[in-house]
Design a protein around this ligand. Sequence first.
Ligand code: SF4
Length: 345
Amino acid sequence: MRHIKNPPNPYNKHSAEYIGEPPPTKLEVFEETATKKMITKAFASDWEGGWRYTVNCYRGCVHGCTYCFARQYHEYLGYGAGTDFETKIVVKPNAPQLLRQELKKMRDEMPHLDFSFATDPYLALEAEYKLTRQCLQVCLEFQIPVAVITKSPLVTRDLDVLTKFKKASVFFSMPFLTKEKSNPFEPYTPVPEARFRAMKMVADAGVEVGIGIAPVIPGYNESDIPGLLERAKECGASRAFMSMLHLDTDSIENYFVEKMFERLSPTAAQKVINTMKRERGGTLRHATYKDRMTGKTEQWEVTKKLFNFHAKRLGFNVRQQVTEDPYHTSSNFVVSDQPIQQSLF
Ligand code: SF4
């Protein structure tokens, strides 16, 4: 049972607060019939290639990670970035048809498509709707390379499709090594071990697999980095990246801080706040977009060195040196000097 809690929506003139205990929430699913576009193009200076093309068949995410930057997108719909994001899920039933129409027009300018960045493409609802699956099939028809970023083992259902791509990869977002560490920040996601099992199934099927250690929450999960990389390696992952927690809006910051104080001890929560503020120059928010994924202190440099050392030691990000498509590897692997740090959350 979750109680309704949404920070005020900055796009709404009014916001309501409950006097006393708010009521429990219930899951609501809406089908969006007015979807016009499926491909979103977004500038991403931190991402290889500079541009990111994404497909999301759902809005909102029942996984409810308290750090999720996609919470702000629910506010554009008039909903809240808190429990609304986790319980009011919008489904785009026409997603495969729309994607096909768009790709017919822009296939030649589409270097790759990423399934993620506004929701997890493998929410439990996907088991029924199969929209991500159908969109992957459309990409296969058009021979578009794909990357899937998920926390859900449901992705293994679609291995029959993913194995047919010339270039496809699956990244598991895994910032924490144990369910005890994960639970305060990822209350409704599959536990880390379930994600590792799925990772192994994907690797065993011959699809490239990666781990996204994101977000690194300063003062909380840096020590998990070596263990995460080691487990990922054992499960067949060959790619890895990490990035720092970023709280992009007031609503996200408020919700994150409130939930952290509910679920961690006051000392542990305050440690995160203090460490984060040191990294951000006195606040919890980054000053510029460029600073979004990175910290300012020697401590962050140490964290990066820790990641780089273990990633290199374990042979992550060994890849093609010259490729027309830097997202996806195929053959002629060489070892790069530095592990490639992409970013996701
Ligand atoms: S971080 Fe990913 S899995 Fe977690 S709530 Fe956001 S979209 Fe869902």
